[in-house]
Design a protein around this ligand. Structure first.
Ligand code: FAD
Length: 401
C-alpha cells in the first residue's frame, strides 16, 4: 500500500471500479467501517475515457438511487425508452426485428446509459463524502488470511480487515490469493467502443444489430449522441483501429445502414478482446468476490455491470461489522453464483449463436426472436427479466437470521 495503515477495518474493498465503490458505499452507509483500496497509485489521474459506457437497467438504478445518487446519475446519463434487435446475419434465415418498449410495462424507460468514467467519478466522489469510508489509492499485491481476519499486502505496507471484498476485476489478485479457481474462455471477437454524434434523432431507442461477427450496438447517450459497441473479428478490429476518425466513422455508419444519418466520432476509441470468466466460488474464508472478479462475459444485452451491481446490493445487505461467523459468506456464495451462472449461460448461448453458421442454431435463434416479437406475455417476461429485479437496500440480515 502507498499509505501505512494502523487501523483494523471491518471490511476492505479492493478495486476502484463501479462495483467496488458501490459495495463500499452501501456497506459504510450501514455503519460498517470500510477501507476502499482503489488500485490507482497515489496522486495519479483516473483511467482515460475510451468510449465505454454501461446501460444500467432499472434494478441497478434503484440500487444507486438508494445510495443517494439519483440526481448525479440522472444528470450524467440518458434514458432508454426502447430496445430494438435487428437480425443482420448473412444466412438463409432472417428473424424479424423485435422492439421492446418500456411503455408496454407502464414505465418510461428500461434504464439509462452512462459513461463508465463518469460513473466511477460520481461513485468516487460519493465515497469520499461517506462517513466511515477511507479511500486508499494503492494496489494490493497479495493477501494473508487468518481465521478472524485478512491482511492485505502491497508496496511493503499492510492493512487488516475482518472481511475482504474482491472487486479488483477479471485478473483479481485477491481472488488468486484466496485460492479461488476460475473457468475462463475466449471468443474470436474484439469489442470496439466509441461515441458518435449523428444527424438524426435516436428517439431514445437502443439498437442492437446481430451480425455474423457479433453485435453492433448503438445506445443513446445524449442529444444526437450515442455510444457504440462494435464486436468484430480481431483482425478486422486491427484494421479499423488503423483508420483515422473520418474513415472509421464512415465504416461504422455503413454497418448500420446510416440508421441515424451521418456519424462523427466524439472522443477516444477503445478495444477490448472478449472472453468469459466465472469463479468456482463467490466466497471463501474471509473473502467475497464481486463484479468481474467473479464473472465476466461479452457485452450483449447489457448484462455485466448490472449483474455486478446485484452483487454489490447483496453485499450491502450483509452485516459485516466486526469479527463474525462465515455463515453469511456461504449464503452470498450460493445466491450470487446461481444468478451469475444463469446470465453467463444465456449470454454465451446468444453470442455463440451469432458466430456459428450452423443452420439449426440460426433457426433456434430466429424462432426465439419470432416468439418475442409476437407473444405479448413472453415479451413482457423478457423485458422484466432484462430490467433486473430491484436490489434496493432493505434492512440488513443479522447473523442469527
Ligand atoms: C465493451 C463493453 C461494453 C459493456 N457494456 C455494458 C453495459 O452496457 N451494461 C452492463 O451492465 N455491462 C456492460 N459491460 C460490462 C461492464 O463494463 C463490467 O461488468 C464492469 O465494468 C465491471 O466492473 P468492476 O467494478 O467489476 O470491474 P472493473 O471496472 O474492471 O474495476 C476493477 C478495478 O479494480 C482495480 N484493481 C485491479 N487490480 C487491483 C489490485 N491489485 N489492487 C487494487 N485494485 C485493483 C482496477 O484499477 C479497477 O479500478 C461492458 C463491457 C465491455 C467490455
Amino acid at each position: 500500500m502507498a499509505q501505512k495503515m494502523q487501523e483494523r477495518f471491518d471490511v476492505a474493498v479492493v478495486g476502484g471500479g463501479p462495483v467496488g465503490f458501490a459495495s463500499a458505499i452501501a456497506l459504510a452507509q450501514g455503519g460498517t467501517q470500510v477501507a476502499m483500496v482503489t488500485g490507482r497509485s497515489a496522486g495519479s489521474a483516473p483511467s482515460p475515457d475510451l468510449g465505454r459506457t454501461a446501460a444500467l437497467m432499472r434494478g441497478s438504478l434503484d440500487f444507486l438511487y438508494g445510495l443517494g445518487l439519483e440526481d448525479k446519475i440522472v444528470e450524467a446519463s440518458w434514458p432508454l425508452a426502447a430496445i430494438r434487435m435487428i437480425d443482420a446475419k448473412r444466412g438463409l434465415i432472417r428473424a424479424p426485428t423485435v422492439t421492446f418498449r418500456a411503455l408496454e410495462l407502464g414505465v418510461a424507460d428500461f434504464g439509462r446509459n452512462i459513461s463508465n468514467a463518469r460513473l466511477v467519478d460520481i461513485l468516487r466522489q460519493a465515497a469520499a463524502e461517506t462517513p466511515g469510508l477511507t479511500i486508499l489509492d494503492a494496489e494490493v499485491s497479495t493477501m494473508e488470511t487468518m481465521s478472524d481476519r485478512a491482511v492485505l499486502l502491497g508496496n511493503g505496507n499492510a492493512i487488516e480487515a475482518h472481511w475482504v471484498i474482491a472487486a479488483d476485476g477479471r485478473h483479481s489478485a485477491v481472488r488468486q490469493a484466496a485460492g479461488i479457481a476460475t473457468r475462463t474462455w475466449t471468443y474470436p471477437q474484439t469489442a470496439i467502443t466509441f461515441h458518435v454524434r449523428h444527424a438524426r434523432d435516436h428517439e431514445d431507442v437502443s439498437t442492437e444489430y446481430h451480425t455474423n461477427e457479433g453485435p453492433f450496438t448503438l445506445v443513446p447517450l445524449g442529444d444526437r449522441l450515442s455510444s457504440v459497441v462494435w464486436s468484430v473479428a480481431p483482425q478486422r478490429a486491427r484494421e479499423l483501429a488503423a483508420l483515422d476518425d473520418g474513415d472509421f466513422a464512415l465504416r461504422a455508419e455503413r454497418e448500420c445502414q446510416s440508421l441515424l444519418g451521418r456519424f462523427t466520432v466524439a472522443g477516444k476509441r477503445g478495444a477490448y478482446p472478449l472472453g468469459g470468466l466465472i469463479a468456482e466460488k463467490f466466497a471463501t474464508g474471509r473473502t467475497l468476490l464481486a463484479g468481474e472478479a467473479a464473472h465476466a462475459f461479452p457485452p450483449i444485452g447489457a448484462q455485466g455491470l448490472n449483474l455486478g451491481f446485484r452483487d454489490a446490493a447483496e453485499i450491502g445487505r450483509i452485516d459485516l461489522r466486526g469479527d463474525v461467523a462465515p455463515r453469511e459468506a456461504e449464503r452470498y456464495d450460493r445466491r450470487r453464483r446461481v444468478d451469475a451462472a444463469t446470465r453467463t449461460a444465456a449470454v454465451d448461448l446468444l453470442n455463440r449463436s451469432l458466430l456459428t453458421s450452423f443452420l439449426p442454431a440460426d433457426m433456434l435463434r430466429s424462432a426465439g426472436l419470432i416468439a418475442l416479437a409476437g407473444i405479448s406475455p413472453l415479451r413482457k417476461l423478457a423485458m422484466r427479466t432484462g430490467m433486473g429485479s430491484s436490489p434496493r437496500l432493505p434492512a440488513r440480515r443479522s447473523l442469527a437470521g
